[in-house]
Ligand binder design. Structure first.
Ligand code: ACO
Ligand code: ZN
Length: 281
């Protein structure tokens, strides 16, 4: 039945309430059948339990003792915190997060097998608690060197730089693992725009510093961005020439400056000193 529903993709839930926001949904999400006759669902913003009626949520909020996501706080800088949640240790939370995320992710299949994933939930914290802004998921072991499976910034928080923060964070984890990484494919339009923006800014900054005298391999070692993604990005910027069977970077300073201007400034930086994390084993 679930598979059938997912296949037919009739959008079911129109809006959700989450914390202080009422959010219009974008896509179908395969909530258990008993929720499918509701136009609106009410989420506990901390444990992500969802309910059909506002009174149920109010009752839940009186007894729910979470004020932040479960799991470990691995990053804190100012009011921003990142929590790491192991899908195996917090199965219900992981599933709830997937149901929620699917409302905004079109082409992704929902993983019921949350055991195999880690979830990185970004929060804005105040005296009422830590409020989820967005998240990304990551396979504990990826054969394809994926360092990110799904990424979402909740609509009220979009276009403020949180997406690029989450992407940057995923590469900081890869650097700590000593591996290169790449996002799982396919990317959505917004996903591709955000990644292209991130890759462009990071690579242009380094090229500028090194006056273009650097190889793709060195760029990859420095950034944990997979060589293929570097090549594609630089090709898109027309900074690659093909000479004697080799791709070489040709970074004319004037062209670099023009691209850097167009790329604008990256908003929220990851302060690596504030990341306290060891790779999953
Ligand atoms: N229109 C045009 N450009 C956009 C838009 C938009 N609506 N949203 C993002 N961008 C581009 C811009 O270039 C932007 O940089 P800029 O603001 O400096 O110009 C860049 O993407 C990133 O912007 P951020 O503010 O850092 O990203 P945001 O917090 O909005 O999150 C994300 C981006 C995560 C892709 C968000 O749009 C989202 O959650 N979308 C729905 C879910 C989704 O599609 N996720 C990716 C699926 S692919 C995967 O999971 C591997
Ligand atoms: Zn709760």
């Amino acid at each position: 039945l679930r598979e059938h529903e997912e296949f037919t993709k009739v959008k079911n839930i129109a809006t959700i309430e989450l914390g202080r926001y009422e959010i219009e949904t974008w896509y179908f999400s395969p909530f258990p059948p008993e929720y499918n006759d509701s136009l609106q669902l009410y989420f506990c913003e901390f444990c992500l339990t969802f309910m059909k009626r506002k009174e149920q949520l109010q009752r839940h909020m009186r007894k729910c003792d979470l004020k932040h996501p479960p799991g470990d706080e691995i990053y804190r800088s100012g009011t921003l915190s990142m929590f790491e949640i192991d899908g195996k240790k917090n199965k219900v939370y992981g599933q709830n997060l997937c149901y929620l995320a699917k409302l905004f992710l079109d082409h992704k299949t929902l993983y019921y097998d949350v055991d195999l994933f880690l979830f990185y939930v970004l929060c804005e914290c105040d005296d009422r608690g830590c409020h989820m802004v967005g998240y990304f998921s990551k396979e504990k072991h990826s054969e394809e060197s994926y360092n990110l499976a799904c990424i979402l910034t909740l609509p009220p928080y979009q276009r403020k730089g949180y997406g690029k923060f989450l992407i940057a964070f995923s590469y900081e984890l890869s650097k700590k693992e000593g591996k290169v990484g790449t996002p799982e494919r396919p990317l959505s339009d917004l996903g591709l725009l955000s990644y292209r923006g991130y890759w462009t800014r990071v690579l242009l900054d380094i090229l500028k510093k090194h006056k273009g005298n650097i190889s793709i391999k060195e760029l990859s070692d420095m950034t944990a961005i997979k060589a293929e993604d570097i090549l594609n990005t630089l090709q898109g910027l027309e900074l690659i020439q093909y000479r004697k069977g080799q791709h070489v970077i040709c970074a004319d300073p004037k062209v670099l400056d023009r691209h850097l201007k167009a790329a604008g400034r990256g908003g929220l930086e990851v302060d690596v000193c504030k990341l306290i994390w060891t790779p999953y084993k």
